[in-house]
Design a protein around this ligand. Sequence first.
Ligand code: PLP
Length: 388
Amino acid sequence: MKTIYLDNNATTQVAPAVTEAMLPYFTQKYGNASSMYPMAAEAHHAMERARAQVAALIGAAYPDEIIFTSCATESDNTAIFSAVRAYAQKKHIITSKVEHPAVLHPYKFLESQGYKVDYIGVDANGRFDMDQYKAALDANTALVSVMWANSETGTIFPVAEIAALAKEHGALFHTDAVQVIGKMPVNVQETKIDMLSLSGHKFHAPKGVGALYVKRGTRFTEFMMGGHQEKGRRGGTENIPYIVGLGVAAELAQKRVSDGSLARIAALRDRLQAGLLSSIADAKLNGDPDNRVPNTANISFGYVEGEAILMHLNEYGICASSGSACTSGSLEPSHVLRAMGVDFKFAHGSVRFSLSEQTTGEDVDKVLEVMPGIIENLRKISPFSRMK
Ligand code: PLP
């Protein structure tokens, strides 16, 4: 059975060109980039090439604004703790209610340490509440960290506007850009971004490598204290093969943004979405219908459980994600859908389909063919159906 992989916001397949570029750095050019012989110099050059590739992808002015990390979780933690150390006298920080745990958990920790935290809400379509944000900002705000697009719904936040307001109030601005890389143009110079996190495995590089952009001149304290690597900004021997892979994936992502691939992905996503919404009763889109990354459709099927839908999709080799997590017997809808105020009978039945360049029209046809029957059968046995 063919696997139909529609969970690209969770992780992506490593692109063949990425694997190919990485391999020599495991077996032939395996030198430590800090050592003093030609093989090490080769590793060092490869790393610097990758740094330039990642810098180009996000429009950074200088390659040395890119710090390689192990993942976006590390990048997010580094940015947040660096910012609060840099502005230690300010005790107020802002984020949104719909961030990834890689941002929410450091914020909760800082709240427990006495920081005043504002978690900005979203409307029913997942759009950032700009009025609440403007009211929250003040001269005591050290940091604003707001994601560029939401991982569950794909809704894009007006990061340029949010960043400009943060800067007006003298706060640092960080964005978790994990879900926009390779899905739309990103230019850190056109927006007033001080720090930006990205993760390789969300755009066809391997898991375990990411980057943090830190604009030159930003006050910065390292999170991983150790050796002098990354100009003293991140201790630890650099993972050259993965960094090389990240660089190649960055080039591929940049190409995708400009060569028409995104329009093709969006057309498939729109066909999938329209087909599901028209063929299944009580199905609703979660997220901003007009302003989402092109690959994501999060749809709630009322009166059924998302996890049950996923299990049935598995039977057809279809991989997707659900917005609800079954924890110790109680079904808790995702914090994102809760923040949007999605009715629990719909929040429980949400499925996120996230496409990639590899998704085909046949993949979409298959989902459209099997979903109506799956939902109909589940509704026959669902206790939620009685709540209608
Ligand atoms: N931020 C967002 C928005 C994400 O979607 C993810 C991954 O799901 C992360 C951060 C964490 O990325 P990583 O797995 O590289 O730590």
